[in-house]
Ligand binder design. Structure first.
Ligand SMILES: C[S@@+](CC[C@H](N)C(=O)[O-])C[C@H]1O[C@@H](n2cnc3c(N)ncnc32)[C@H](O)[C@@H]1O
Length: 256
């Protein structure tokens, strides 16, 4: 079955609610606050590699890695000069190190077990320069463990005369209480001058808590927590992970 990750153009359109340039500003701001000035960056589970492409526009040597061949092909021809590698974020071995590694937009929800998360972190540590930083953006645990858990979210985007409404997760989607995995039903309705098409997919999602992340970091060895945030923002605009308005779980790890 062809899914939303097999249609990188549609996936990128669905994610165009983000301001990628502003997020990269913040990522580089966090690096500066931690005394780092990265010259090279590796984006993991990069999909269309929007962040890697933005880093490249700013002069960093950027590499994007993803498992999906369609995403890799799209990222490679999307404009900015980046290196693209098709590989698994739990097994890759690129034979060199990077000053910064990033994994954006909850892509670690595709790591289904603690073993997979630990393997992923070990691969990251092996690819970081001494003192190098790893920024991992995940959804906030409040989404699932708060007073009002949400399993479904919807939004609308418009770009270049194309309008899309996206529903990620259905109210009937259930998180398995033992495995912490849900099959998220995704529907994207795309309308342009030629008509409307509907893209449907089921995307397996693994929910990670903050304490499980801590356990994975400790088991992986070689990485320590340098900072945690609840949204994109630096200095006065920084949002603590514990703040009521926090809606992301962003962790910055430093290679020991
Ligand atoms: C939600 S998309 C996020 C893409 C990108 N990080 C972004 O911010 O737009 C998740 C991506 O993870 C990729 N992926 C899933 N499992 C993977 C794995 N084991 N190794 C590498 N990439 C993986 C998928 O192919 C997909 O492109």
């Amino acid at each position: 079955m062809s899914g939303i990750y097999d249609d990188p153009w549609a996936y990128e359109l669905a994610c165009s609610f983000r301001d990628v340039a502003a997020e990269v500003d913040v990522l580089l701001g966090w690096c500066a606050e931690l005394g780092a000035r990265p010259a090279s960056v590796l984006e993991l589970a990069a999909g269309p590699a929007e962040h890697a492409r933005e880093f490249a526009r700013r002069g960093l040597a950027a590499t994007a890695l993803d498992l999906n061949p369609a995403m890799c092909a799209y990222a490679a021809r999307a404009g900015a000069r980046i290196e693209v590698v098709q590989d698994d974020m739990t097994r890759f071995d690129l034979g060199r190190r990077f000053d910064l590694v990033v994994t954006m937009l909850d892509s670690t929800s595709h790591l289904m077990t603690l073993d997979a998360f630990v393997a992923h972190l070990r691969r990251v540590a092996a690819h970081l320069s001494p003192g190098g930083l790893y920024v991992v953006e995940m959804s906030h645990p409040r989404d699932r463990l708060g007073d009002d858990p949400s399993v479904s979210t919807g939004w609308t985007v418009e770009r270049g005369g194309v309008r899309a409404s996206v529903r990620w997760g259905e109210p009937s989607d259930r998180l398995d209480p033992v495995t912490q995995i849900a099959d998220d039903h995704v529907t994207m309705t795309i309308t342009d001058g030629d008509g409307t098409r509907v893209l449907r997919d089921v995307v397996p999602y693994r929910f990670w808590t903050a304490t499980e992340l801590d356990a994975a970091i400790r088991l992986a060895d070689g990485l320590g927590v340098a900072a945690r945030y609840g949204d994109f923002g630096t200095g006065e605009d920084a949002v603590a992970l514990t703040a009521p308005e926090a809606w992301r779980m962003i962790t910055i790890l430093r290679r020991a």
